[in-house]
Write a protein that binds this ligand. Structure first.
Ligand code: SF4
Length: 94
């Protein structure tokens, strides 16, 4: 996590703001490929959150469940099959 709202950095030094923005591209704007492309270019992805006790959450002033959001972003952006279907045939498997 790159802490931008005070405190020192955490061991993993992930680009939380960027990763959650890429998730937003996919989840909210229907820009799955752009989100996945940007996520794939990162040198450190959100899988590192799996083994982390999430000190970031204690620092978040609005109580965002950052670890869960990051792991959800990883599942959404790293595995295309888990992304929300966009093509008409994708939902039916055709
Ligand atoms: S859970 Fe939080 S502190 Fe831990 S690696 Fe993920 S973003 Fe960084």
């Amino acid at each position: 996590m790159r802490v931008r709202y005070g405190g020192s950095g955490t061991p993993e030094e992930l680009a939380v703001n960027d990763i959650l923005r890429y998730r937003m591209y996919c989840e909210d704007y229907g820009q799955e490929q752009e989100g996945m492309r940007l996520y794939a270019a990162l040198t450190r992805d959100a899988r590192r959150c799996l083994a982390c006790p999430a000190p970031c959450e204690a620092r978040c002033p609005v109580g965002v469940p950052i670890r869960a959001r990051m792991l959800g972003a990883d599942a959404m952006l790293r595995f295309p099959a888990r992304a929300r279907p966009r093509s008409p045939g994708a939902a039916t498997g055709s």
